[in-house]
Design a protein around this ligand. Structure first.
Ligand code: GAL
Length: 340
């Protein structure tokens, strides 16, 4: 009888201990300290954009590395808005209603972020915007909004310097016919994108300050797209035969489009072409001697910043312990020039 009581009491103590541990774990989880899994939504403006799909891949790598390092399971749900803000708003609403811990948003229309921000704010879901920067007024609506990107002015100054330095070393390498003028054409990204205008303005400014005697032949908007740029370049090559000396492109994909047009028309002129992004495709063109140079933003660092800010927020931690932020909101990735 005594023995049975003893066994029963030990069992009771064990049950109580287990229940206590469960309660403690749940309390910790509620405080966000011991979550064993996080769910992050990644919303892309266009999944087939080359630069963005590279960042997406790097984000997936970050998530894997993080799982291995911390033992915390990461659910990444990646959605493609195919350039529709309405589609993207519905994707955000759905993930918010499913209780996702944070969203990483490459917003379609950077001037209309406030709708999505309102939804996220009322549900308490933090948002890390990236690459397409919402207006400052919107980013100031809530303290749990962040932005990760590459500084457009810096990209442009670095791009301008690639050409200016080549010109200073050997003017004839840029002014191909030696007439004292460098005839250029300009390929621009989307008009609504903060990077397009700033990159164009500062690239030209840097070239002028670097003493390159620029003369614009023409320019056009190719919305970051290789095929659109290729159509424009083909027209320009026909319109200005033998005259184009330099192609300044707001990104690598459009620079590749210009190369495609030259190859299609079998133009062997040594036209210099510069891009921005440093995508693997851009780097390959550089190695083949088709590009004069490009400006690379470190995509591993880019993805590291987006992922770690989001993961910290998902766990209720301070993202500034993971990365250094400007004004508590912005993270700017490092960039470097690559030349042939
Ligand atoms: C730019 C990038 C482009 C394109 C665009 C999309 O920063 O240079 O290639 O990806 O973002 O928003």
């Amino acid at each position: 009888m005594k023995k049975t009581w003893k066994i029963l009491s030990v069992a009771l103590i064990l049950v109580l201990l287990a229940a206590g541990a469960g309660l403690w774990r749940r309390q910790k989880e509620a405080q966000g300290q011991e979550k064993t899994a996080i769910r992050l939504g990644i919303l892309l403006y266009r999944g087939d954009d080359t630069f963005i799909s590279n960042v997406r891949q790097a984000l997936e790598e970050q998530a894997k590395g993080y799982e291995q390092e911390t033992g915390i399971k990461v659910v990444l749900t990646i959605e493609d808005a195919k350039e529709s803000q309405n589609t993207q708003n519905s994707q955000a609403e759905r993930l918010i209603s499913l209780g996702y811990d944070a969203l990483c948003v490459n917003i379609v229309d950077r001037s209309t972020a406030s709708g999505m921000i309102d939804d996220a704010m009322s549900a308490g879901v933090p948002v890390v915007f990236f690459n397409r920067e919402p207006v400052e007024e919107d980013l100031n609506l809530w303290e749990k909004l962040y932005y990760v990107g590459a500084d457009a002015k810096e990209s442009a100054v670095l791009q301008g310097n690639i050409v200016a330095e080549a010109y200073q070393k050997d003017p004839r390498s840029i002014d191909l016919d030696g007439d004292g003028k460098v005839n250029y054409v300009l390929l621009e990204g989307e008009t609504s994108h903060q990077d397009s205008l700033i990159r164009t303005e500062w690239s030209i400014q840097t070239l002028m300050e670097g003493g390159v005697p620029l003369e614009k032949l023409t320019g056009g908007i190719a919305n970051w797209e290789r095929s659109q740029a290729s159509v424009l370049m083909e027209q320009w090559l026909e319109q200005f035969p033998g005259q184009i000396e330099l192609v300044i492109s707001n990104n690598d994909d459009m620079a590749l489009g210009a190369i495609d047009a030259m190859e299609r028309l079998e133009i062997l002129d040594k036209i210099n072409i510069v891009g921005i992004d440093g995508t693997p495709q851009g780097v390959q063109a550089l190695e083949r001697g088709k590009l004069l140079g490009t400006v690379q933003s470190d995509r591993t660092e880019y993805a590291y910043a987006i992922f770690h800010i989001a993961a910290a927020l998902a766990l209720g931690q301070d993202p500034e312990e993971a990365v250094e932020l400007e004004k508590g909101t912005y993270y700017w990735t490092h960039q470097k020039t690559l030349t042939r």
